[in-house]
Structures are given as C-alpha cells and as structure tokens.
Design a protein around this ligand. Structure first.
Ligand SMILES: C[S@@+](CC[C@H](N)C(=O)[O-])C[C@H]1O[C@@H](n2cnc3c(N)ncnc32)[C@H](O)[C@@H]1O
Length: 280
C-alpha cells in the first residue's frame, strides 16, 4: 500500500527493464513486452487481450478516451491505400482502418503486441499484415506506403528523429501521415507535475518537473514535445507539417470550467500533440 502511494507500476517496470537489458532500445522493448497497451488498468494482473470481447473493450476505451479519433479523424479516407500503423499495440486502429477498406500493415516493436494484433485481425476476419520491427530501423523497402499513422508511439522510442527518418523513407513521394506524441506545453504536464512535486512531496527527494513525470507517464521513454520541436524534427526528415494541434481525453481538462473554454484549452494546451504531414 505504502509502495503504491509513493512509487508506481511505471517506475517498477522501468527498474526491471534496466536490470534485464543493457541498452535503451532493448529496455524500451522489455518495458512494452511487460506492460502492453491494452487499455486495461495498468496495475491489473492479467492485462493481455485474447477474446473478441477483450478487443471490443479496448476499442471502446481507446475511442471514448480520444474524442479526436472518434469525431474528427476520417478512417475512410485511406480506403485502398497502403497504410502503415506504426506501433500498433493490440491492433485496435489497424482493425478500424482495415474495416474501412485500407490495405493495412501493422508494425510494433514487441512480440506481445504483434501476437495480439494477429489475434485481433483473425477474430475480426480481416487481412492485416503484422510485422515485428523497430520504428528506428523499419523492415520495409523505401517508398512502400501511401500513409503512416502512429498514435502515441514515437515519443516512446529512444531516438524519435531516427524514427521520423524511417517513416520518411518508407513513405512514397507525396505520401502523408499523422503522428500523435505527448505535448510539453500542456496543462497535464504542468498541473500533474506540480501535484506530484508538491502534494506528493517528490520535490523534497530531488525531483524536478522533468524527472517526476517518471511516476505517472507510461513507457520506458516518454519524451514531451512542443509544437515547434515536433515541426522541426519532422521537417529534418523531409516530412512537412500540414496541421499541428492538440487534443485530450473526454473529461474536462480542468474542473469547473465552461465547455467552450475546455474545448479551447484542449485544442491549444492538450496533452496529445498531433501533426499531420506530407513527405516532400
Ligand atoms: C502507447 S502504445 C500505443 C499503441 C497503439 N498505437 C494504440 O494507440 O493503442 C505504444 C506502442 O508503441 C510500441 N513501440 C514503442 N517503441 C517502439 C519502436 N521503437 N518501434 C515500434 N513500436 C514501438 C509499443 O510496443 C507499444 O505497443
């Protein structure tokens, strides 16, 4: 109980990965093998997905947590296009893209995620190619895809810029994409950080806003970008930003604020930073 209050499952998983592997990429992989993204409680015992009910539940949670994906993102825009879902997790987005007619390749660093995605596709009777590969060294030929979607992934890899180079290489000329990464200039980053630093006392143990995040954010790595940093990193890989904005989960970004202010704050200071881009 005491351990739970003052430590976190994220820290424990990072320590385990650090003990078992010697370099960043291997530690990253171990973290996600051990803590797969299944939309089940991070602290729960069995977090694997196997049945159709499990996958439907994951889809429901992902979409209810992501009003942008539910209300604005047009899954049907990629029908008959070659689409890469990079960092597919349990394959929830791959499945929805495939149901909307896209020719989907789902890729992830871990054995666990690729296994779950294969199972998800099989249960939904969808033809999805599933590949275990590292975003920093993609197992795909140059100019393979029309579109790359990477939702909540590339802030978790050790070298995001190298992953953007790989996305660019794997995209066809004029190919497009969308990435979602964590946003630094966000209310979540500062408010949650201050809560942990001040109310949970981590400031007295030498933590800063930059390091205290280890307690409450997932992944072995979890880099936060400003809009400018993301735009520049993409552009160094010849991926030209078309639209960059933020979003967040359904619940209000701050308690007791009117709906219009909530929407305004989510669009500018949400925790999820989205950029659409085109390969030039
Ligand atoms: C937060 S989950 C997101 C999963 C999925 N996109 C979703 O929205 O449900 C991050 C995923 O990225 C994968 N990942 C992390 N680093 C990666 C890398 N270097 N290459 C490929 N996948 C990676 C993890 O294994 C994990 O499945």
């Amino acid at each position: 109980m005491i351990k739970k209050r003052f430590n976190s499952v994220f820290i424990d998983a990072r320590n385990t990965s650090r003990e078992k592997a010697s370099n960043g990429n291997a530690r990253n992989r171990l973290w996600w093998e051990h803590m797969p993204m299944t939309y089940k409680n991070w602290e729960g015992e069995n977090r694997q997905l196997d049945s159709i009910d499990d996958f439907n539940y994951a889809e429901e949670v992902l979409f209810s947590n992501s009003p942008y994906l539910r209300k604005q993102y047009d899954f049907s825009a990629y029908a008959n296009k070659k689409v890469l879902d990079l960092g597919c997790g349990s394959g929830v987005l791959s499945v929805v893209l495939a149901k909307n007619g896209a020719d989907v390749t789902a890729a992830d660093l871990t054995e666990n995620a690729t296994k779950m995605t294969k199972r998800n596709a099989e249960l939904q009777q969808l033809n999805i190619k599933v590949v275990r590969t590292d975003a920093e060294n993609l197992a795909f030929a140059n100019n393979s895809f029309d579109y790359v979607l990477s939702w909540g992934v590339l802030h978790h890899t050790e070298n995001t810029e190298q992953a953007f180079n790989e996305v660019s290489r794997a995209l066809k000329p004029n190919g497009t994409g969308l990435v979602m990464v964590y946003h630094k200039s966000s209310i979540f980053y500062y408010v949650k950080g201050l809560i942990w630093l001040l109310l949970k006392g981590k400031v007295f143990k030498g933590y800063s806003l930059k390091t205290v995040i280890d307690f409450y954010v997932d992944g072995y790595f979890h880099r936060h970008f400003t809009k400018q940093e993301l735009t520049e990193s993409l552009s160094q890989a010849n991926l030209i930003t078309q639209n960059v904005f933020t979003t967040q989960q359904e619940q209000k970004i701050l308690p007791f604020i009117p709906k219009r202010l909530d929407l305004y704050l989510k669009y500018h200071f949400g925790w999820y930073l989205i950029s659409t881009f085109k390969k030039c």
